[in-house]
Design a protein around this ligand. Structure first.
Ligand code: NAD
Length: 296
């Protein structure tokens, strides 16, 4: 049994923390929200009153926080992880944050003699609950090897993407492609249907032709062809528009600071921002097809 601290017990962190408890680890859990702590305590975790209390005896510290500002304050702030954790502990940040924030935090951790990885996830709350997440991991070989046994409890695919920050690079580049490909798929289905070709027939042709992609075969934005897709449950997420928008904004900022052109990424960001601003941020991101159909 390893002593683990878990900070950030929200939609994702709650299930991930419970999987560590189920695997027999002693988990000291902290969140600003008392209800979130109570939920994991019911499952066998131990409540901590602060970040410092949670991490003081931990061999591994896992964080799953909303954004970079939360990660930086929890790691670098007074009584934060770097000042309160046990020397030699491995630190795993699983939040999706900016590449620069991940690298800055990891460098501070390394300077303080900790091993640290950025390990953002692919897969939503169902995968977090089931322990089937994919982790994209950035950090040294030593940090990766130390983090891997903890990640294996919470996920089924653990990929070492290279140095610190590379996990976040993989995450935002993948999600930028996903955001773009979903809009392209929605445009194609809308065009085909508007010209008299029904969604199922177009799917049968295109899903085995050169237009095939994940947005079509796993998450088809047109209702019908893919039974499990959000389009068959009134576009309830799934992966919400606001989550996609967060990742596209991270990708756009990273592209800007690296002086890289990504015109379609920028356009996808504008399209999801318009959906969000019109009150549809909670809709699954495949619901972008409703905007093309002028139903939103
Ligand atoms: P969430 O808002 O449900 O949970 C975040 C938790 O962190 C909250 O319970 C909040 O109280 C807590 N928190 C915030 N600041 C804190 C602090 N200073 N100290 C302690 N606790 C603090 O968010 P989520 O949906 O669980 O997402 C977490 C991360 O995972 C995000 O970076 C998100 O982009 C990423 N992610 C989410 C999904 C998804 O489907 N929800 C999928 C992939 C990645």
């Amino acid at each position: 049994m390893t002593q683990i601290a878990f900070i950030g017990l929200g939609n994702m962190g709650g299930g991930m923390c419970q999987n560590l408890v189920k695997a027999g680890h002693q988990v000291h859990a902290f969140d600003l929200n008392a209800n979130a702590i109570a939920k994991v305590v019911e499952a066998g975790a131990i409540a901590a009153g602060s970040v410092a209390e949670a991490v003081k005896d931990a061999d591994a510290v896992v964080t799953m926080l909303p954004a970079g500002k939360h990660v930086k304050s929890v790691y670098l702030g007074d009584d934060g992880i770097l000042s309160a954790a046990k020397p030699g502990a491995v630190l795993l940040d699983c939040s999706t944050i900016a590449v620069e924030d991940a690298r800055e935090t990891a460098h501070a951790a390394t300077d303080a003699s900790f091993l640290m990885v950025d390990a953002p996830v692919s897969g939503g709350t169902a995968a977090a609950d089931a322990g089937t997440l994919t982790f994209m991991v950035g950090g040294s070989e030593d940090a990766f090897n130390a983090a891997k046994p903890v990640l294996e409890v919470m996920g089924q695919k653990i990929v070492h993407a290279g140095a610190s920050g590379n996990g976040q690079v993989a995450k935002i580049a993948n999600n930028m492609l996903l955001g773009i490909s979903m809009i392209g798929t929605a445009e194609a289905f809308n065009l085909a249907e508007s010209l008299g070709l029904d969604a199922q027939t177009f799917f049968d042709i295109s899903s085995t032709a050169s237009g095939q992609c994940w947005s079509m075969t796993s998450y088809c934005p047109a209702p019908g062809p893919v039974e499990t897709a959000p389009s068959n449950r009134e576009y309830r997420p799934g992966f919400a528009v606001d989550m996609m928008l967060k990742d596209l904004r991270l990708a756009a900022n990273a592209a800007n600071s690296a002086d890289v052109e990504s015109p379609l990424g920028a356009m996808a960001e504008q399209i999801y921002a318009a959906l969000s601003e019109s009150g549809h941020g909670g809709l699954d991101f495949s619901g972008v097809i409703l905007r093309l159909k002028k139903e939103l």
